[in-house]
Design a protein around this ligand. Structure first.
Ligand SMILES: Nc1nc(=O)c2c([nH]1)NC[C@@H]1CN(c3ccc(C(=O)N[C@@H](CCC(=O)O)C(=O)O)cc3)C=[N+]21
Length: 286
């Protein structure tokens, strides 16, 4: 058996085409395209590559780009001034602060200063709180992209046993909140570096989401045959980017979202979706 590809690259391209139509309508109706802002601090090459990708995506769907770049030694005050400026700028529908920020900066204070209505990443504390409460809010892009990918490939979610590995704030921590909503109805176990018997948890699962940042962590012997496996890990090595799932896992899995070409492109597509939805909300209230 070899796993069916959960093709995030192709699915994201479909979603961008769907969004482009909504952007065209919005632009005609309001006289101005939606705008996505990015705040990038420092010179991490990975972060620069991701942000460049986000602006390429914007150009494709007709969303305007607002780039803000600050040096690695920027002060908290300088970063917060940029936040204030984007909050006030009517051309900026939504924006993101690329994480991680340099260590001398207080990322939580920066996120909390954002206008929650402009939070394209769904990482503002108010929006994470709304997610816990089950109130409508922009959703974190990677978890939303994973649910969307599973839905579009008809991977059964209701009653599914999902094993999430990694407790990071962008993926592992919030994804359980989406998957355990009544509309998804999955059962989620959150594993992390302190988990005893990881292989046992993985073996129980119908769906495995790996966001640990540990190359090749999940091997084929750990998986339930036929399981859906999604690789969210990205580690930069001298041989290029490596995911958390060992390549041989494809022999046992029923579905596989590989890295690259799986969850990453979906994350970017959901960022665009959050901006388009914010623009639609604004258009309906003004
Ligand atoms: N505020 C914030 N929001 C984020 O959403 C955010 C962030 N900070 N910091 C870093 C992580 C990482 N991230 C990725 C998104 C897409 C790909 C992606 O498209 N990857 C391609 C390959 C990329 C390549 O080749 O370099 C793929 O998997 O096919 C990767 C990584 C978003 N992040």
């Amino acid at each position: 058996m070899t796993a069916q590809l959960l093709d995030g690259k192709a699915t994201a391209a479909t979603i961008r085409r769907e969004l482009a139509e909504r952007v065209a309508k919005l632009t005609a109706m309001t006289g101005r395209p939606p705008g996505l802002g990015t705040v990038l601090v420092g010179d991490d090459p990975g972060s620069h590559a991701y942000v460049a990708g986000k602006h390429r995506d914007c150009a494709q769907v007709g969303i305007a780009s607002l780039r803000r770049e600050l040096p690695a030694d920027a002060t908290q005050r300088q970063v917060e001034d940029v936040i204030d400026e984007l909050n006030a700028d009517p051309a900026c529908t939504g924006y993101i602060v690329q994480l991680p920020l340099p260590r001398h900066l207080d990322a939580n204070a920066v996120l909390a200063r954002m206008d929650p209505a402009k939070d394209a990443d769904g990482l503002h504390p108010v929006n994470l709180g709304r997610l816990v409460l089950g109130v409508d809010a922009p959703l974190p892009c990677t978890p939303r992209g994973i649910v969307e990918l599973l839905r579009r490939y008809d991977v059964p979610l209701a009653g599914a046993r999902v094993c999430v590995i990694g407790r990071g704030i962008t993926v592992g921590r919030p994804i359980g909140l989406l998957l355990t909503r009544r509309s998804e109805n999955a059962t989620v176990t959150l594993c992390h570096t302190g988990t005893k018997g990881l292989a046992w948890h993985v073996r129980e699962a119908d769906i495995v989401v790996v966001a640990a940042g540990s190359p090749g962590l999940i091997t084929k012997d750990m998986l339930r045959p036929g399981a859906a496996v999604l690789d969210v890990g990205i580690t930069r090595t001298e041989h290029g980017l490596v995911g958390d799932i060992h390549p041989e896992a494809a022999e046992v899995a029923g579905w596989l979202a590989p890295m690259p070409g799986g969850v990453g492109p979906m994350t970017r597509a959901m960022l665009l979706a959050n901006v388009v939805e914010a623009a639609e909300r604004n258009a309906n209230t003004v």
